[in-house]
Write a protein that binds this ligand. Structure first.
Ligand code: 13P
Length: 266
């Protein structure tokens, strides 16, 4: 089984439409020199209001839209209805998204998202033909009190509950220790790899060996151009979910370039 690396940029609540378009163009001008086969899977998650701005310039490079995919940063599990302020999977698909990030710690923390809601979202995303990027991670307090593995295993079991092995296999998980997000404190790559291997074991337990071997599990938390090569060299880390360093074309492109330099079969 070979797992194609993913480099995903989570732009969070940043960039106006013009800025989003410019940044996207900056990434496009880098990837145009490479084939989709050479590149990692590249996913960009702009704010909802900028999706159309990046979508409009996505497919004019002749790649048929295969080099850069777009993700929503959140979704609702219903298709439509009286849910003021929410966006459905069908709407994200209609806007040009292939992926949806769910369960980010910022949504869990500031918007009270529960494991149950994340599970409903994951099911809706897969039913709608999109791919969930399911985030998990521990607080510093949890890490210091030694409950990291237990906490993450329970987040993953809940998120994947009732999802078929086939759907689990095509999903993406992002391990993002909360204490490493936006702090400049990258998790030691051996430790990140250990946690990710643990997550893969949980996936094996709930969905079988084939799904565990196929699912791509990313690391997120202060990923920078100078950290990615070591992270990518680890056995179980299949890519990165990048926040701050995805907001500048230079640093994001360097992360992509450094990922391509690490040739490993996982
Ligand atoms: P930073 O890369 O800014 O630490 O953010 C990580 C993150 O939360 C991506 O989803």
């Amino acid at each position: 089984m070979s797992r194609k690396p993913i480099i995903a940029g989570n732009w969070k609540m940043n960039l106006l439409r013009g800025q989003a378009k410019d940044l996207f163009e900056g990434i496009k001008s880098f990837v145009k020199d490479y084939s989709a086969k050479e590149l990692p899977t590249i996913v960009i998650a702009p704010v909802f209001t900028s999706i159309s701005a990046v979508e409009a310039v996505k497919c004019d490079c002749g790649c048929g839209g295969t080099k850069i995919s777009i993700a929503g940063q959140n979704c609702h599990w219903e298709n439509s209805g009286a849910y003021t302020g929410e966006v459905s999977v069908e709407m994200l698909k209609d806007a040009g998204c292939d992926y949806v990030i769910i369960g980010h710690s910022e949504r869990r923390q500031y918007f009270s998202e529960t494991d149950e809601m994340i599970n409903k979202k994951a099911k809706a995303i897969l039913a709608g033909g999109l791919i969930p990027i399911i985030c998990c991670g521990e607080t510093l307090e949890q890490r210091e009190s030694g409950v990291t593995d237990q906490h993450i295993a329970s987040q993953i079991r809940a998120a994947l509950s009732g999802i078929s092995s086939e759907d689990v296999a095509k999903s993406v998980i992002a391990y993002e220790p909360i204490w490493a997000i936006g702090t400049g404190k990258t998790c030691d790559s051996d430790e990140a790899n250990r946690v990710i291997a643990m997550i893969r074991n949980v996936v094996k337990d709930v969905a079988g060996a084939e799904a565990a071997d196929s699912i791509r599990i990313l690391y997120g938390g202060s990923v920078k151009p100078n950290t990615i090569a070591e992270q990518m060299s680890k056995s179980d880390i299949d890519g990165a979910l990048v926040g701050g360093a995805s907001l500048k074309a230079d640093s994001f492109n360097e992360i992509i370039a450094n990922t391509m330099k690490v040739v490993v079969s996982k």
